[in-house]
Design a protein around this ligand. Structure first.
Ligand code: AMP
Length: 285
């Protein structure tokens, strides 16, 4: 596996691959890999001739009081893990190479960014949209793969990729969970055992809502009350949002149907912010 840090070298390497007729799959990440990241990498390797993983903890998507400094990092471990998934290039640029002096252009997506994490993390999705656009320009992937764990992020990325005619196919990958249901996240490493138990309230909240829907409940106020109560019954939890939204518009709904996604964001012990989501009625496909 090659490690590339200079954007121009990344672009040149990709163009060489394309000249040889090879297809490229990109998995953008912020590192500290877990099985969720690794399954996206295997997907890229399976779908394309060459799989490229980008590793960049993007400062512009973190707010001033967020966990940029505490975000877990272990470059050597990430190199070893990605190597084993068939990844051909780990693209790990430095912040000053990503954002050259004088950089003053951003990608802002309206509408889809107004609810959920967009409402709680001002500027976050502009940071994400800008960096993902830059990564796609640098890597020139045929396919770019993202996890459904970041449900709103995926919707926003699909939107600007279409709006800006980015020549890549955006693909989603289902959420990878621990055996007890906790959605895998790099941030889980910052949970101590008590926090870890409280963190389970997100996936349990989803399960609880699904069960109630299966028994015929469709009213969002009632479902939200049950989910909130369950989450808050765990020590150290503070809810950012428990939202029932339409899967395409991300707008709040009043009644559950098969397009409804329950999206959750919860802070544990005021230090680890976790998200989770899922459809409430299973889609037949
Ligand atoms: P991150 O490094 O957290 O920015 O994540 C990089 C990519 O991995 C994003 O597309 C995430 O949605 C995806 N991802 C993170 N956690 C999971 C998970 N548990 N299951 C599936 N995809 C994930």
């Amino acid at each position: 596996m090659k490690i590339i840090t200079i954007p121009e070298n990344m672009y040149a390497w990709s163009m060489q691959q394309k000249a040889e007729g090879k297809s490229i799959g990109l998995v953008p990440t912020m590192g500290y890999f877990h099985e969720g990241h690794l399954s996206l990498m295997r997907k890229a390797d399976e779908l394309c001739d060459v799989a490229i993983v980008s590793l960049f903890v993007n400062p512009t998507q973190f707010g001033p009081n967020e966990d940029l400094d505490r975000y877990p990092r272990d470059f050597e471990r990430d190199v070893e893990l990605s190597k084993k998934q068939g990844v051909k290039v780990l693209f790990a640029p430095q912040a000053d190479a990503m954002y050259a002096k004088g950089c003053s252009t951003e990608v802002h997506v309206s509408g889809l960014t107004e609810n959920l994490c967009g409402a709680h993390r001002p500027g976050h999705f502009t940071g994400v949209a800008t960096v993902v656009t830059k990564l796609i320009n640098m890597v020139q992937p045929d396919v770019t793969i993202f996890g459904e764990k970041d449900f709103q992020q995926l919707a926003v990325i699909r939107r600007f990729a279409q709006d800006l005619n980015l020549p890549t196919k955006i693909m989603g990958h289902s959420i990878v969970r621990e055996s007890d249901g906790l959605a895998m996240s790099s941030r889980n490493v910052n949970l101590d055992p008590a926090n870890r138990a409280a963190a389970l309230s997100l996936s349990q909240g989803l399960h609880l809502a699904r069960q109630a829907v299966q028994q015929g409940e469709r009213n969002v106020i009632s479902l939200a009350g049950d989910v909130q109560q369950h989450i808050l019954s765990q020590q150290g939890t503070a809810i950012d949002y428990v939202s029932f939204v339409h899967c395409d518009t991300l707008k709040d709904v009043e009644t559950v149907d098969d397009n409804t996604v329950l999206a959750l964001a919860v802070k544990i012990d005021d230090k680890v912010r976790l998200i989770d989501n899922g459809f409430l009625i299973e889609k037949d496909n």
